[in-house]
Design a protein around this ligand. Structure first.
Ligand SMILES: [Zn+2]
Length: 307
């Protein structure tokens, strides 16, 4: 069962639609493309074109094929934010925590982030960093460069770290971080976007993914950045990689299931839902389907190039 570990409920290509309708569009896309489970990332701030923490929790909760991660702005808005994430983690509601360096002007190794990392270690949740291209403004990219993320991984060896978007266009730096640090992973979300292919080069993307998926097959995760990233295009990118069947299976599902601990039910069982319909740990899935800054600043992590 393929896991898309990086999606958003975003009005990017669903203008005027409710987040509930966008969620249903995501579920339909997943059904079409054979995606068994998707992780939904909220925006760290309310009122943008991407669902915030509260909205995401409400909308994702009824859908066994969807899981969410938590998030917070940095600096932490108040002392209650960690308590809130703590409660969400304890209840099994969140499968990780995502931070947005670059969108927000902090570095991952900023000590103000430490309470988030400590929380993740406490609950065995991964931390995901937005990395690479940010709002089409290159001056933001140093904030989320893999070199800073590696510092966090070294300081918190028990923390599982995921670099989003393979830090495109900084693919080599991301590769080096994954190869160097045993607790650093990377997702491939956005790499099959036509503009990213143009910027980084299709062959260069394929070559570097082949290298990392071959040398560290347990550390590369499938993701799309839907709705900005196309699911079909990303599946095609993975299908074309000259890697072993085992490495491909890890990339498409096994690594996400392990890193985000997707084998455990994340929400209390809905009324009338049999526990038998939930995936048990180790069974390799995500549950049973019952059916299939600025407003756009995180319409996914990549705003439209036209902006
Ligand atoms: Zn994203």
């Amino acid at each position: 069962m393929t896991v898309d570990c990086h999606t958003h409920l975003s009005t990017f290509d669903h203008p005027g639609q409710s987040f509930t309708a966008i969620r249903d569009s995501l579920l339909a896309t997943m059904a079409q493309q054979g995606i068994g489970c998707a992780l939904v990332y909220p925006d760290s701030e309310p009122g943008t074109g991407v669902s915030d923490l509260d909205t995401t929790e409400e909308i994702v909760r009824p859908c066994p094929r969807l899981r969410m991660v938590g998030t917070t702005p940095i600096p932490l808005p108040d002392s209650g934010m960690i308590a809130r994430l703590d409660a969400l983690a304890a209840a099994g509601t969140i499968a990780g925590v995502k931070l947005y360096p670059g969108f927000e002007l902090f570095y991952p190794d900023d000590r103000r982030c430490d309470p988030v990392y400590e929380l993740c270690v406490r609950h065995r949740l991964p931390v995901v960093f937005h990395s690479g291209e940010t709002m089409g403004e290159a001056w933001r990219e140093p904030y989320n460069h893999p070199d800073h993320i590696v510092q966090v991984a070294r300081r918190f060896p028990a923390l599982q770290v995921v670099i989003a978007h393979f830090s495109q266009p900084h693919l080599e730096a991301c590769r080096d971080a994954v190869l160097e640090c045993p607790n650093v992973h990377a997702d491939i979300s956005g790499l099959a976007h036509p503009e990213v292919e143009r910027l980084c080069g299709e062959k260069a993307i394929a070559r570097i993914l082949e290298e990392v998926a071959t040398r560290k097959p347990e550390r590369v995760l499938f993701g799309t950045d839907w709705p900005i990233g196309g699911v079909e295009e990303h599946l095609r990118l993975v299908a074309a990689l000259p890697i072993s069947d085992e490495a491909r299976a890890l990339l498409l599902s096994g690594n996400a299931e392990r890193v985000f601990a997707l084998g455990r039910p994340l929400f209390p069982l809905p009324m009338g839902e049999s526990s038998d319909s939930w995936t048990r740990p180790g069974s390799g899935g995500c549950g049973t389907s019952r059916g299939a800054g600025a407003a756009l600043r995180r319409g996914g992590c990549r705003p439209p190039r036209s902006r």
